[in-house]
Ligand binder design. Structure first.
Ligand code: PLP
Length: 364
């Protein structure tokens, strides 16, 4: 039977991306190290949740933080609160923002908020885009890094200029920091330094941090107090969130110190993709976090066939998911984590030589 790309990736001896399998073992490992007498949180109260919120608020340099089951819930609520404060229903964000393309229009359907799309799809929001925003915007959301264009970042100075512009005009600035930790080595800043430019911040615990699920929304005391009311209204106040919180806390302590390593791995791997394979390139060319996109000038099906052959011959799995990019092109996302350092360099080199060869044969 012919294997699918995902099957070939999952059975490869050395999968290159991610931290490891997303299976029940992740939760078992968390609880193996914990005292069974630790009390559950109860509807958003209790030591387990409160201590974690205090810890992450301090890390982000914000007065207060609230744990949410998802970033989707946290961010819709954040934007709702800033709209209520301003008495406006307008927010601005990138056309490929998570709220715009991955949330079934929750912001519009549940909160009747009108997003204004800034910039073109294939580039970052600039200060000029912000300056040309219409009046009445309650909040500008910036996503760092901008995932859907490969994880790109503005220069830190541009970010500071955008923040100053918004502050002077009473436009709230919210950070979609789903991958905030992952960009800190490139910026050479602490999380608190980056977050000081923003009125509110969301961070995730299951991307670079590698936890099961969960998010924190951080900001001022009044903002987070109000966000808890909306969390309740959304049904986000699960009676017990401790499986997520305890796992997030452990993953945070374990992986935060490795962000520099993940970033360096991404730069190294992108270098291999950009070593002259015809029609293949990465975006950005030099990663600024642990992620990048691989673009190919040939269709998804062609790319999949080539990749499966590479995995089967070399044992190296590069991705489990290629997407159609239109116009006969394709791409996939790469996020580096714990798996990368364990891959023998000679095997990786061999996989890229074979990839090079197979792409050349296909192009003939
Ligand atoms: C940039 C960005 N923002 C927000 C989210 C939403 O996170 P969650 O899956 O916790 O709702 C994601 C999830 O992939 C994301 O990538």
């Amino acid at each position: 039977m012919v294997k699918t790309l995902l099957e070939a990736f999952n059975t490869a001896e050395y999968p290159v991306v991610g931290h490891g399998k997303r299976n029940v073992q992740v939760l078992k490992d968390t609880f193996d190290h914990l005292d069974g007498e630790i009390d559950s949180d109860i509807y958003g109260t209790g030591t387990v949740i409160e201590d974690f919120q205090t810890k992450i608020a301090a890390y982000l340099g914000k007065p207060s933080a609230v744990f949410f089951p998802s970033g989707t819930m946290a961010q819709q609520i954040a934007l709702r609160l800033w709209c209520e404060e301003k008495g406006s229903r307008k927010v601005a964000y990138h056309p490929l923002c998570h709220l715009e393309i991955h949330e079934q229009d929750g912001l519009k359907e549940l909160h009747h908020i009108e997003p204004v799309l800034l910039s073109d799809k294939d580039r970052l929001i600039t200060l000029d885009d912000v300056k040309s925003m219409e009046d009445g915007i309650a909040c500008l959301l910036l996503e760092l890094p901008q995932r859907e264009i490969g994880g790109q970042l503005p220069a830190f100075e541009e970010l500071e200029a955008i923040a100053a512009y918004c502050r002077a005009r009473d436009i709230r600035l919210h950070l979609d920091g789903a991958r905030l930790y992952e960009i800190l080595p490139y910026y050479g800043k602490t999380a608190a330094e980056v977050c000081s430019l923003f009125d509110s911040v969301y961070v995730s615990f299951y991307k670079g941090i590698g936890g099961i699920a969960g998010a924190i929304l951080a900001g001022g005391e009044e903002f987070t107090k109000q966000s808890k009311i909306w969390k309740r209204r959304h049904g986000g106040d699960l009676i017990s969130l401790y499986p997520y919180i305890l796992n997030a806390d452990q993953a945070f302590d374990e992986r935060l110190p490795k962000m520099e390593q993940y970033y360096r791995s991404a730069v190294e791997l992108a270098g291999l993709y950009n070593s002259g394979i015809e029609g293949v390139t990465t975006r950005p060319l030099v990663p600024v976090s642990n992620m990048f996109h691989v673009h190919a000038a040939f269709p998804k099906e062609t790319f999949e066939t080539i990749l499966i052959a590479v995995y089967e011959e070399t044992g190296i799995g590069l991705t489990g998911n290629v997407r159609d990019a239109g116009d006969g092109a394709s791409y996939y996302e790469v996020s580096l984590g714990d798996r990368y350092p364990a891959i023998p360099k000679d095997r990786l080199k061999q996989a890229f030589e074979l990839l090079h060869e197979k792409v050349k044969q296909t192009a003939k």
